[in-house]
Write a protein that binds this ligand. Structure first.
Ligand code: ATP
Length: 343
């Protein structure tokens, strides 16, 4: 299903502008992430698409050419997966998945066929008759997905679908979720505040800030060509380099960096993975802390600029705390962007 959103805004009673007028187009089978910090309006947008919240007048929500703006939640035929999964703990996996279908008054045979179909799709066959309380967090998540898919929704909406899980399980399950959503072939929108999750699961990511979509694009496009400091910081953790800009040079306390272009009046940012230890590098810094992370070291540096700077180092050994190092950064790895309004 194709989803078109036009002029979607939300002002809550009391005047909070949770969402500023937003337009979005989501293609058939596309998986879109709404990514942003707490309070940026991502849940409000998801709830408006679901029909759980009413947008300000003048909005249009269109499913495959059909205007559903004034349709009830039930008529929109949406599948939802909530943060908490909202499963019935005392019911079996099968019972949970079939529950919504019973409410739709489908025949017993039809219900059984649909439940079996999603049980296989979500690889839940070995647990089909278990109680929810006897399942792991990851298995529960698959039940929540299967339950949302069983009524054959037109679109799947997921609100922080992995946030109930612990960190180790999250990174494993986000790949699994990405795979399952693609197998379903369904158009899906999910809300997250976790950039890794958004990048691992989505075809495109809409980065939101203060009730607006700051930028929308593929994970790669957002990482390589962020349109603002906010997006650069949020996607890929770019760090602002505080120094004096003179045309295409950045004067830092630790040395002078060459920029890819004249940057007067703009902000320069760098990502930790783009800083190199290089004995001929133009910037001097002191190693403050070294953390070994398996595939690389994370090094905290001081003296290069006024505040701390972090770099990732992929060598077999790392400099020691207290050592002085020289750094280089390729000009093309430096991001030159308009300074944030609020900054
Ligand atoms: P989080 O990740 O914390 O859930 P979010 O990005 O999903 O945040 P929303 O829940 O969409 O943010 O909220 C956006 C803004 O609207 C916030 O400032 C919030 O306080 C406000 N808001 C949300 N729901 C209501 C409500 N029912 N009444 C008044 N203000 C609300």
């Amino acid at each position: 299903m194709t989803l078109t959103l036009a002029n979607i805004a939300k002002t809550f009673p009391g005047g909070t502008k949770a969402l500023r007028p937003t337009d979005l187009e989501i293609g058939k089978g596309e998986i879109l992430a709404l990514l942003g910090p707490s309070g940026c309006g991502k849940s409000t947008l998801l709830r408006i698409i679901a029909g759980l919240e009413t947008p300000d007048p003048g909005a249009a929500i269109v499913f495959d050419g059909e205007d559903v703006t004034h349709q009830s939640v039930e008529r929109r035929m949406i599948g939802m997966v909530f943060q908490s999964y909202a499963l019935f703990p005392n019911m079996s996996v099968r019972g949970n998945i079939g529950y919504g279908l019973k409410m739709q008054k489908l025949s017993k045979a039809e219900i059984a066929a649909r439940v079996d179909e999603v049980i296989d799709l979500c690889r839940l066959r070995p647990y089909a008759d278990r109680a929810i309380t006897a399942l792991s967090g990851g298995q529960r998540q698959r039940v929540a997905l299967a339950r949302a898919m069983a009524p054959r929704p037109r679109i799947l909406l997921l609100d922080e679908p992995l946030s109930a899980l612990d960190a180790a399980l999250r990174s494993h399950l986000r790949d699994e979720l990405a795979l399952l959503l693609r197998q379903f072939g369904i158009t899906a929108i999910f809300v997250t505040h976790d950039q890794d999750e958004a990048m691992a699961i989505a075809d495109r990511v809409a980065v939101m800030s203060q009730g607006e979509v700051a930028q929308i694009g593929t994970p790669e496009a957002l990482y390589r060509n962020p349109a603002s400091c906010f997006v650069a910081r949020f996607v890929g953790d770019a760090m602002p380099l505080e120094g004096r800009i003179e045309h295409a040079q950045l004067h830092l306390p630790g040395g002078v960096l060459t920029l890819p272009k004249a940057a007067d009046g703009q902000q320069v940012l760098v990502r930790a993975e783009d800083i190199r230890i290089d004995q001929n590098g133009p910037v001097t810094a002191r190693v403050e802390a070294v953390t070994f992370l398996g595939t690389h070291y994370r090094i905290a540096l001081s003296g290069a600029m006024t505040g701390p700077l972090f770099m990732l180092h992929a060598g077999l050994s790392a400099p020691r705390t207290g050592e002085e190092v020289r750094l280089s950064i390729l000009p093309e790895a430096l991001l030159v962007l308009p300074a944030d309004r609020a900054a």
